[in-house]
Design a protein around this ligand. Structure first.
Ligand code: KIV
Length: 299
C-alpha cells in the first residue's frame, strides 16, 4: 500500500493513485480518460469510488454551488476551501483545481504564489488555467515551480465578456488554426493536459491528433482523449435547461425533492421520529421513575 493511497481518512482505494503519467499512458493506449467536477467531500468520495480518473474542482463551483451568475466572482479562498474538502475525499482520482479569474492575471509572481497554494495547502496535483498562447509563459513558469498545469481553450467561461457570451469557438478556418496553435503553445510550455471546451468536433479531433498530451473534452465531441462533465449537469441539479453537449444520468432534483417532501410531511403529521428512532432512559432509571410516581402523586 502506498502512502498516497492512504491520503484520505478511511479505507485505502483498491485502485492506484492516478498521476499525470498514468493519464498520458491512457492517451497512448487509446483508453478514454474519465473526468468530472466535484466541489465537496461526499461527492469526492462517490466520484473516487466510481473509479473516475480525474476530478476537477472547477470554478463552475461559483454557478452550480454558490449561486453566482457566472464564474468571475469566484475567489481564491473559495477555490482553496473547496479543493481541500475534495482532496480529503480522494484516494484514487487525479485532483485538478481551477485557478479562479483574477488569481493568475495580474502578474506571473502572484500567479505562481497562488498556484503553489493549491498544491501545498489544498492537496491539488495540478492547477488549470484558461487561455492559449497568451498563457504559455505562465505555464512554463508554473511547471518550473513544480506545479503541473492543465490548459483550457475554446469556450473559456472566464472570458465571457470578451467572447460576447458563451459561444462555441473555432468555427472558421482561421479560428481553427488559432486554437490549434494555442494547443501547441500550451503543450510546448509544459501543460500536462488540455481541456477543449465548446468547439466543433472536427477541430477537437484535429487538436487531439496533433497533441502529445491528453485532451479532455466538454462540448467538443467524442474524439478527445477524455471527457469531463460538471457533476450538477449529470444529476439535473442546475435548475436550468441542459446544454446540448451534456447528458443527465439521473434526476437528482426529483430524487431530493421527493425525499424532502416526504420528510416535511412526516414531521408535520408526527410520523417522524418514531419511538424506534428515539433514545430511551436505561431500564433501571425507568423503574426508579415508575416507583417514584405514586409517591409524587400522594404528596
Ligand atoms: O469550471 C469547470 O467546471 C470547468 C469544466 C467545465 C472544464 O472548467
Amino acid at each position: 500500500m502506498s502512502v498516497t493511497q492512504l491520503r484520505a481518512g478511511g479505507a485505502p482505494s483498491p485502485l492506484p493513485r492516478i498521476t499525470a503519467d498514468l493519464l498520458l499512458q491512457k492517451k497512448l493506449g487509446r483508453h478514454p480518460i474519465t473526468a468530472i467536477t466535484a466541489y465537496d467531500y461526499p461527492t469526492a468520495r462517490l466520484v473516487d469510488q466510481a473509479g473516475i480518473d480525474m476530478v476537477l474542482v472547477g470554478d463552475s463551483l461559483g454557478m452550480v454551488v454558490l449561486g453566482y451568475e457566472n464564474t468571475l466572482p469566484v475567489t481564491l479562498d473559495e477555490m482553496l476551501h473547496h479543493t481541500r474538502a475534495v482532496a480529503r475525499g480522494l484516494r484514487h482520482s487525479f485532483l485538478v483545481a481551477d485557478m479562479p479569474y483574477g488569481s493568475y492575471h495580474a502578474s506571473a509572481r502572484e500567479a505562481t504564489r497562488n498556484a503553489i497554494r493549491f498544491v501545498k495547502d489544498a492537496g491539488a496535483q495540478a492547477v488549470k488555467i484558461e487561455g492559449g498562447s497568451t498563457r504559455a509563459s505562465l505555464v512554463h513558469r508554473l511547471t518550473a515551480a513544480e506545479v503541473p498545469v492543465v490548459g483550457h481553450i475554446g469556450l473559456t467561461p472566464q472570458s465571457v465578456h470578451s467572447m460576447g457570451g458563451y459561444r462555441v469557438q473555432g468555427k472558421s478556418l482561421d479560428a481553427m488554426d488559432r486554437l490549434a496553435a494555442d494547443a501547441r503553445a500550451l503543450e510546448d510550455a509544459g501543460a500536462i493536459a488540455i481541456v477543449l471546451e465548446g468547439m466543433p468536433r472536427e477541430l477537437a479531433a484535429r487538436i487531439t491528433a496533433q497533441s502529445a498530451v491528453p485532451t479532455i473534452g466538454i462540448g467538443a465531441g467524442p474524439d478527445c482523449d477524455g471527457q469531463i462533465l460538471v457533476f450538477h449537469d449529470l444529476f439535473n441539479l442546475t435548475f436550468s435547461p441542459p446544454a446540448k453537449f451534456s447528458r443527465q444520468y439521473a434526476d437528482g432534483a426529483q430524487f431530493f425533492s421527493s425525499a424532502l417532501q416526504r420528510y416535511r410531511d412526516d414531521v408535520a403529521e408526527r410520523r417522524f421520529p418514531s419511538d424506534a428512532e428515539s433514545y430511551h432512559l436505561p431500564r433501571e432509571v425507568q423503574s426508579a421513575l415508575a416507583a417514584a410516581r405514586p409517591r409524587a402523586r400522594q404528596a
